[in-house]
Design a binder for this molecule. Sequence first.
Ligand code: AGP
Length: 616
Amino acid sequence: MCGIVGYVGPKQCVPILVEGLRRLEYRGYDSAGLAVQVGSRGIEIVRAVGKLANLEAALQKNPLAGTTGIGHTRWATHGRPSEANAHPHVAGRVAVVHNGIIENHVALRRELEASGVRFASDTDTEIVAHLVERALQGGARRLVDAVRAALARVRGAYAIAVLSATSPDEIVVAKADSPLVLGVGDGEMLCASDIPALLAHTRRVVLLDEGEVATLTRAGAEITTLDGTRVERAPKTIDWSPTQAEKGGYKHFMLKEIHEQPRAVEDTLRGRVDLVEGDVVGEAIGLGADLATRIQRVYFVACGTSAHAAMAGRYWVEQLARVPAVVEIGSEVRYREPVFGPGDLVVAVSQSGETLDTLAAVKTAKAQGAHVLAVANVIDSAIPRASDGALYTHAGPEIGVASTKCFTTQLVAMLLLAVYLGRRRGTLAVPEARRILDALTQAPQRMRVVLEREGELRRLAKKFMRSQHMLFLGRGTGYPVALEGALKLKEISYIHAEGYAAGEMKHGPIALIDEDMPVVALCPRDAHFEKTLSNVQEVRAREGQVIAIATEGDAEVAGLLGGAGGGDVVSIPVAAPEVLPLLEVIPLQLLAYYVADLKGTDVDQPRNLAKTVTVE
Ligand code: AGP
């Protein structure tokens, strides 16, 4: 996620902006820049690729002096990391920094180019700068009027800060579905993507609501809605420490990221779903329509959590696109002398885009003529660079070593790919595709409902934190979710856990069942419900303790597990089968988190683990 800072007041702004960006480094970035109003010279910018130290070195060479400025750390979503794509972006007398995704950027760019605009970057952000400059040229009286006129053309998520040489000592900011907070100082005003960047100057903050615009001057902030209606908003006082503020008030990054999942899914879906046509927007998939019809096999390769997402993808690709699909973990592919060919679409799934085992498998597949599509969360990372195309998740940086929001956004990417392939190959009818995509766009709200049950999982964690083992069972796409739940528990709480296909119980694992073996069973009302319920009955018959993840209001599950010692039920909302994995995994993530927190392990940095495994 990008970081934005802004300052208007009596002090030199550059040190304040750089320190503010440093406070936002935890959000992850690949380039940074500042725009400062430099007296009569108008607005000047300095930008640099890489870490803030590179920006500071650039500022040494080209110092900026001024008391009004904006700064930005960029987490690339459109356009590779480069100085030309780094923010701020300038058009005429206007400079803009932006965090978010503009969905209609292609149409707006075409319109502006047709009117003679020559773009200097590949970003969606530069479009906003041109729209604001064009509004000023068109006679907008104040900068805020020009910003409102520009935003009236924009669809998508944005938090922006705008400077103009026409309005010295003034910053205009706006927010829609992307974080932005104002800092209220004495004779000075600040803005930032997140509170940590403000705390060195003030603890009085104003939280903008969706669709609000504010003009910041030394005197304070004037807030309006997009249509110009004045808004009065009293400041709040923040009592967090800077470290607490980086975690948004959560105890660990992992818990913050579990709660970020609905937003991460919304951002990953943004601009990719056409509900009218019942289709996925092709440009967003990174795979040509002709190839989509020609491939004879889809071969997923990934590691760890990403392999679990790939397993769900395999079910969906076969169900919706009727093309044979397999999944293999990267470390096995690379040493198995696999056979790839031009009829293969190899889908390499990786949050970091740097996992060596997956990257090696990609190179093997490419060498044998396969077409490789990367599904990654980090733009321009090694695996997308080594692939023929990329489908990016937009989860934002994931700090906790245990992957959570990247898993659910990978599931979204898998389903988008399967729908895209099914529609290109004619195996998925429009009404069915529309049903699936509609369910997907509704999923974030259902995920929020599940997150509200956090207290139940905290209670269950207390009950099971001393377990030595735990078994996770699921069927269909519930099987990879069971594997993921087991991985979460073992990697952060150090309790041994296994995920199993529920149908495999009778082939061995049922021998493990006794009163000391808790079993988490995914048994929502889907096509596998009856069979999985019988697995739960088998466990209960052997005194096994069951935690059932069930569809809310399911009296049959409650009846089976009701009564003292019968077991526990965690409910998830009724949902389309394709969306169930997005809901089922959240209780498993929360259970693992609270068990680990109660055990006092290092939740964000578990022992022996690294966030990115770039070794064999
Ligand atoms: C998941 O919680 C682990 N951190 C680990 O299994 C991870 O998923 C695996 O190393 C793959 O990483 P990648 O997605 O960055 O390729």
